[in-house]
Design a protein around this ligand. Sequence first.
Ligand SMILES: [Zn+2]
Length: 263
Amino acid sequence: MAKATRVRLLDSGTLVIDQSHITWNVGSGTPVRFPVYSVLIEHPDGLFLFDTGYDLDLVNAMLPFELPEQTPEQTLTSQLELCGFKAEDVDAVINSHLHFDHCGGNKHLTNATTYLHHDELREARTPEPFERLGYADKSFDHAHAKFELLEGDVRFADGIHLFHTPGHTVGHYSMLVELEGSHPLMFMADVSYTAAAYANDQQAGFHHDPVAGVRSIRRIKRLVREWGAEVVFTHDMEAFRNYPLAPEPFTGSRETSAAGGAA
Ligand SMILES: [Zn+2]
């Protein structure tokens, strides 16, 4: 079976939020700078991206209080170039969800089909008042956008599995990647932001449904056990510092064990 041949993390710079947003209502008054990145997957079926980072101009205009820091080398197009690709080479983008820091580069991917949950597209287009800032970047609806709307769990390609993990947003997806020569990687996106939060079943303060959110954290833990996978943390600066970044390949931060996919 053809699995993903290479995974790379594309650095998209950093943002700042208060600790109380990372661990919903626990700890406050401490600003935390955290990483944002995309996941580039080379697969026998095509070149895929899981999320696309944030757009600096958009954040400066709409959310300047998150103090974005993104160099020209950290834009999505520069990061793709670093890996030897152009934006037009990307065949598919999977959006875990459509918060601005996960879809800001979609508009550059003019040949890609956008895969996301059916309800996520609806919610991002017509968000509830408390979700408007999170869905501030509407550029996923660009002139070349072609949407493939998904529901439930989906086997996206050989070795690429999407799990519907709602809570943070209504249509949130997590992605498990089986990699040639390594253990499976679980990219849980924003189910929980950091290793410490995940260990304590804590979700971020930004959510659509907190009950669904905590169930999704527990579901990720079950899936990780079943698959012998490593969780890759999305917005955890400490973890991120130990992750090799593009153009280096990413195979996780632990030694590959014999544990493989089973479920
Ligand atoms: Zn989010």
